[in-house]
Design a protein around this ligand. Structure first.
Ligand code: 6GU
Length: 236
């Protein structure tokens, strides 16, 4: 999978060279390319923003650098068509299902990171008319820009790309697979500060262990995330 990121803070994306995502790149499973939006400005101050028409607080990103940047980046792989992602608090919720769809149905993502009060609306219109385009939000809170969201979304998507995670089995039972949170886990020692590992986990009864873990997932999800259990009020 190929991932391009356009941002005014390329350094923000440096963590994508680390850990699992970094290794996936060295292994050739993933290519991450970060671009500075200001490379597509033409004035001495490399201006990317201006005051909003109609008044109001803050600054809005001007359409011209975004237009030139996305024209160039979107056209940089002959014969291939990217899926454009604009991270933003006003977007559709990014979930494990979104990550799964992007990992399995797309082979090229371009993230366009807005800052300030947002990007001129005509940029969305222009590129939605030419490409598949999603506006995606991490959740109901406000970040200063899309960069941190791209780190999260890239990690969530990349780890679902075949080969990126060595132990594919670890993907099967994790939180949000099957709509439930993960069960609690324990390791050695069997007793720590007077706290014991649940007996069933030491019993060697695989059937009982599986049943206990499933019960724990249900209890945990009902208690912490009733919204995942279906039913408008989370009780059913
Ligand atoms: Cl994707 N962007 C910004 N700026 N804020 C957010 C977000 C995204 N998701 C939640 N808050």
């Amino acid at each position: 999978m190929r991932i391009d990121v356009v941002t005014i803070f390329p350094d923000y994306l440096a963590p994508l060279q680390l850990s699992l995502i970094g290794r996936a790149q060295r292994d050739g499973l993933l290519g991450v390319h970060v671009h500075d939006l200001r490379d597509w400005t033409h004035d001495r101050h490399r201006t990317v923003d201006d005051t909003p028409y109609g008044g109001g607080a803050g600054m809005v990103m001007r359409p011209e650098p975004w237009g030139e940047a996305l024209d160039e980046v979107c056209g940089s792989l002959p014969g291939r068509t990217p899926h454009l992602v604009f991270p933003g608090p006003g977007g559709d919720l990014f979930t494990q299902q979104t990550a799964r769809e992007l990992a399995t149905q797309e082979d090229w993502l371009i993230f366009a990171c807005g800052r300030y009060e947002g990007i001129d609306e005509r940029v969305y219109e222009e590129f939605a008319a030419r490409y598949r385009l999603s506006v995606l939000s991490l959740g109901d809170y406000v970040l200063n820009g899309g960069e941190v969201a791209v780190l999260a979304m890239t990690e969530a998507v990349a780890r679902l790309v075949p080969g990126v995670i060595g132990n594919a089995e670890s993907l099967v039972e994790e939180s949000h697979t099957g709509g439930l949170l993960e069960y609690p886990v324990y390791t050695k020692p069997p007793q720590w500060r007077g706290r014991k590992v649940p007996d069933v986990l030491l019993s060697g009864h695989h059937g009982q262990i599986a049943a206990w873990r499933h019960e724990q997932r249900l209890e945990r999800t009902a208690s912490r995330r009733p919204d995942l259990m279906g039913g408008r009020d989370g009780r059913t």
